[in-house]
Design a binder for this molecule. Sequence first.
Ligand SMILES: NC(=O)C1=CN([C@@H]2O[C@H](COP(=O)(O)OP(=O)(O)OC[C@H]3O[C@@H](n4cnc5c(N)ncnc54)[C@H](OP(=O)(O)O)[C@@H]3O)[C@@H](O)[C@H]2O)C=CC1
Ligand SMILES: CC(=O)C(=O)O
Ligand SMILES: [Mg+2]
Length: 420
Amino acid sequence: MSQNSNNARQNALDYHEHPIPGKTATALTKPTATAHDLALAYSPGVAEPVRAIAADPADAYRYTNKGNLVGVISDGSAILGLGNLGALASKPVMEGKALLFKKFANIDAVDLEIGTQDPAEFIETVRRLGPSFGGINLEDISAPRCFEIERALIESMDIPVFHDDQHGTAIIIAAALTNALRLQGKSLDDIRLVLVGAGAAGTATLNLLSDMGLNRARLRVVDRVGVLHTELDDLPSHHADVAAETDDRTLEDALKGADVFIGLSAPNLLTPDMLMSMNERPIVFALANPDPEIRPELAHSVRDDLIMATGRSDYPNQVNNVLAFPFIFRGTLDCRASRITPAMKIACVEALAALAREPVPASVLSAYGAADLSFGPEYILPKPFDPRLIERLPPAVAAAAAADGVARMPYRPYPNATGA
Ligand SMILES: NC(=O)C1=CN([C@@H]2O[C@H](COP(=O)(O)OP(=O)(O)OC[C@H]3O[C@@H](n4cnc5c(N)ncnc54)[C@H](OP(=O)(O)O)[C@@H]3O)[C@@H](O)[C@H]2O)C=CC1
Ligand SMILES: CC(=O)C(=O)O
Ligand SMILES: [Mg+2]
């Protein structure tokens, strides 16, 4: 390991350990200085909201933190791109998601790592947690189990359930691709798209892009077995749905002449030769975390006509679901939507893509130490610290919820929604 990577590793461990272990804690929102305060907060005063909620369950949103509390829940079966390392090892990521919910949308989030990888047990555990939360954010659960788990929870719970790796990722890729295609002078209905990694994120991304007009006839999807094609037997249904009638068998075959590469798989799968074989003005989203399918410095050394993005914060064009989940949940909670519909996701895509095409405020330039940021190959999405995200995305999501008939109250922005 080089000195630089040793330092980076130690810095990350120190950040998590000091001054106290972990990244989140509980904060109090009511006075607790006197005996009178305690008599209100606890016995006897607490009995009043208990009685009110027993009489009308909607009062839980009035008298408790339910309406601004999201459960960030994982079984640790697909932690970032690190694989199935189990529930306990997923805790830093889930605390991290809770930190991002608070920082960017002032949503209180609790990380819950569930000690089972049996889908039925997991579903039952999460379902029983429903009364506590205003919404459930599922995280880092591998495919295909994640599809069954999310579907069962959406059907059985009365609060929104959202698998971030599926839909948060799909939203942000769709927004980034909208802008990258515009810059490269290409369009969704005739590009040749190659997607590697037909798991949770890859499958949801293809579904959302299809809703937005992707030409599926020109799509090639690659997983561990190579190109998913119609002559393969016994494919799981999420692979059979995207199998192509083609003679292409390898990633190398599929990429010849392709316009777009989307990687949601594993490190270093895209070689310089493969990149060279792509069509002119290609788009490369190498989104495996933390190590992408190709490093930007290598990709840029191979060709100068590409638009390149990764999931990381330390390169231009971060395509990461942090730009979606805090804001889509903010809009969803603030109109008490019962579920998150395709139209709510597309509203988020359009608001994100449009924001990147506007001039960037000085506060964002100074947060990133940049003299200039403007719509172009190195700036296809807003930055997470952009204060306009919280102003634009939640109302757009809530308006779509109202139009879809899933909002259970008029949109009311949460106080101080810009967060910590
Ligand atoms: N930038 C972002 O915002 C996000 C990035 N990601 C990244 O995307 C990746 C996938 O995440 P997710 O969808 O949740 O995980 P999943 O486990 O659900 O899906 C991963 C898929 O990639 C396949 N795969 C793994 N290795 C290879 C390989 N060498 N060649 C071809 N296919 C391969 C897996 O096959 P198999 O099942 O056989 O292992 C699986 O189908 C991760 O690296 C994750 O960090 C995910 C969400 C958001
Ligand atoms: C960003 C994210 O959710 C992931 O890599 O799994
Ligand atoms: Mg994830």
